[in-house]
Design a protein around this ligand. Sequence first.
Ligand code: PEP
Length: 252
Amino acid sequence: MSDRTPLIAGNWKLNLDPVEAAAVASALVPAVADRGDTEVALFPTALSVPAVVQAVQGSGITVGIQEIHDQPGGAFTGTNSAAMARAVGCAWALIGHSERRQLFGETDEGVGRKVTAALAAGLLPMVCLGETLDQRDAGQVEHVVTRQLAAALGTLRPDEVATLTLAYEPVWAIGTGRTASPDQAQEVHAVLRAWLRNHYPAYVADQVRVLYGGSVKPGNAAELLSCPDIDGALVGGASLKADSFAAIVHAA
Ligand code: PEP
């Protein structure tokens, strides 16, 4: 872990209705009260955001939306805007999660537009990147993640890029129980940071946090988080219960 402030984020996906989400969030507040510098963020389903915002009020835990549209409003049935997410208390927008890319047709260019929309509304983008198993086996990891990164950043100014959080999530490790080894994860995190260093002033690569995601659990978190370029974790399954998520927070 570097001197960047560690961040542990929970992606609740399509789980936990507002009552259940408020219960997990309320249990988490005392369980991570002694987390020191480590930041904690929760991404409930959009309908559960208000209940979670209320449950974590005053705790320093922040809340994000799992998906936004790139437009501020209009005839876009069934989605949410960044400004509306901000209005109900979100600090973050998760953008480009592999499930959005694989199941809902999200493109690299769409990710870029949503990053711009999030920043315009005052949300902090958390941009997910990662290769499939086929791409890894074909030796394309660096090519894929830097292509995704370049498209996500587009023409943003360096000071905007510096506010972003990246989440490296190898698709083959998400929800599979199969985690990247610390060496495999660190290698890709270092690639992402080197790319930032080559394209922006040095402070950008120093500031951008790169989280690891993919079957992070209490038992493997400490080892992953000890890598120099891993600044935290984006946690799916193990974030759904306050005790396992709190154990990961404490590993940071
Ligand atoms: C995720 O969906 O972002 C994720 C990392 O899931 P899991 O921890 O369940 O692999």
